[in-house]
Design a protein around this ligand. Structure first.
Ligand SMILES: C[S@@+](CC[C@H](N)C(=O)[O-])C[C@H]1O[C@@H](n2cnc3c(N)ncnc32)[C@H](O)[C@@H]1O
Ligand code: SF4
Ligand code: SF4
Length: 416
């Protein structure tokens, strides 16, 4: 008699516990070390050679097998079954899909936490307009379908409209401008509408006093909110981000209420990240915290196999700064993978520096490589790296309290 996990399940071994990834329900089930060992042995040998199920002390093993069978995760076979488990179908070759263009490091705000350290005095933009234009074509040929114009404040870049028109001519499916929205006038609104532009912007409070304390620009809240209302009235798609730091940590609920009043979905509030001017402990909120990484974890066959080969967030993305430097993400500013002023995009995309970032999986990350959740768990390399004292690209994240070597969640001692 044999016991096998069903073909839509995969067993993943951690240093202590294990997990069953069920691609049918999309759930990841945690199992204890004994159950892990039993299932591993059952994949090769008949179950009656692994364990004497008639012995009363093995009653709990039978109950466990019953539970798995009841949940549709495994089945009993009289004769040795064929191995039908899904194999690691090579994930498709990763192509470029999304790019950020940081058109300028200039900004009319001077936010306390700005990762690009933007302000009105910055004067280090180096990319000629013609290079931005050719890059938009090159990136499209490399497979990109989504583009975001960002900064600094992208509307301070004199010819931003030409770049939007170029992106539409090249056939990008999604064009977004990430702006502080203080410079938006009616002609911008008409242009956004005509060119199918999506807008992203940021608010730090539901009132001018606190918002302007973050942006260090008196009057910025009223300008941003007035633009948001005009954008909504024009039916232009808009999303509003918010970053929490000490100055505005009491505003979290007010921000969510303001979004609700505007008829917008709740945004995921993010705590300031230690990059650029944001790399300052004095900015950190004292009470507000990002939620910790915890179960439940979810899976699909496609994501599971992709996570064996590529980084779940970074793969397929690049950010290009106004000096031409290419990073794997706007927050990963230590990882320079080339410069578009002295290389073609294709050279940079195929270069070892960018490929290292796209190919970073949790099998490479300290601690996570020994965790049974590693093919279902979210990962942000730039956050992990910037919080690490050695700025190690493969550092584990401080946002997780799991110890895969003991199987214990250290914040509440539960193993579910
Ligand atoms: C750099 S801004 C550029 C676009 C535009 N100027 C704006 O502020 O919306 C893009 C987004 O990054 C956020 N941001 C800047 N520095 C950050 C940091 N250190 N940690 C987390 N988010 C940050 C901003 O709050 C904003 O939502
Ligand atoms: S976060 Fe945006 S608005 Fe604030 S200084 Fe940076 S670029 Fe300017
Ligand atoms: S962050 Fe790493 S250790 Fe924590 S649950 Fe995810 S994979 Fe496991």
């Amino acid at each position: 008699m044999y016991y096998r996990l069903n073909a839509h399940c995969q067993l993943v071994k951690g240093a202590c516990r294990g997990a069953i990834y069920d691609f049918k329900s999309g759930k990841v089930f945690s199992i204890n070390p004994d159950a892990l060992q039993l299932l591993e042995k059952c994949q090769g040998e008949p179950i009656d050679e692994v364990i004497d199920i008639k012995l009363p002390e093995n009653k709990n093993v039978l109950e466990f097998i019953d539970q798995l069978t009841y949940r549709g995760l495994g089945a009993i076979y009289i004769n040795k079954p064929e191995d039908k488990s899904m194999k690691n179908t090579e994930a498709e070759e990763q192509r470029l899909s999304f790019l950020w263009l940081e058109l300028t490091s200039k900004c009319n705000n001077k936010c306390l936490h700005c990762y690009s350290s933007s302000d009105a005095c910055r004067n280090d933009d180096k990319v000629p307009h013609e290079r931005w234009m050719s890059l938009i074509s090159e990136a499209r040929k490399e497979g990109a379908t989504s583009i975001q114009l960002i900064g600094g404040e992208p509307l301070l870049y004199p010819k931003w409209r030409e770049l939007v028109i170029k992106a539409n001519e090249e056939g990008y499916e999604f064009i977004e401008i990430y702006t502080n929205a203080t410079l938006i006038d009616q002609s911008c609104i008409d242009f956004f509408k005509q060119q199918n532009v999506n807008i992203a912007t940021t608010i730090y409070a539901d009132n001018a006093e606190v918002h302007d304390q973050v942006t260090l620009h008196s009057g910025s809240f009223n300008k941003t909110m007035s633009a948001v209302r005009k954008i909504l009235d024009a039916g232009i798609p808009i999303r509003i981000a918010s970053i929490i730091m000490k100055t505005n940590e009491n505003e979290a609920d007010n921000i969510l209420k303001l979004l609700e009043d505007l008829g917008l979905p709740a945004t995921k509030l993010d705590v300031v990240r230690p990059t650029g001017r944001g790399d300052d402990e004095k900015l950190l909120p004292t009470k507000y915290k990002n939620p910790k990484i915890r179960p439940p974890f979810y899976t699909s066959a496609e994501e599971f196999w992709k996570a064996h080969k590529y980084h779940s967030c970074l793969a397929g993305k690049i950010a290009v700064s106004s000096t031409g430097d290419v990073f794997p993400c706007i927050f990963a500013r230590n990882e320079i993978c080339g410069n578009i002023l002295d290389s073609s995009l294709s050279e940079i995309l195929n270069g070892s520096d960018l490929q290292k970032c796209w190919n970073t999986t949790k099998d490479d990350v300290k601690k996570c490589k020994d965790c049974e959740y590693r093919y279902a768990c979210y990962d942000c390399r730039p956050i992990a790296q910037s919080n690490d004292c050695n700025k190690d690209w493969y550092a584990s994240t401080v946002e997780c309290a799991y110890n895969p070597y003991t199987g214990v969640w250290q914040d509440d001692d539960s193993t579910e």
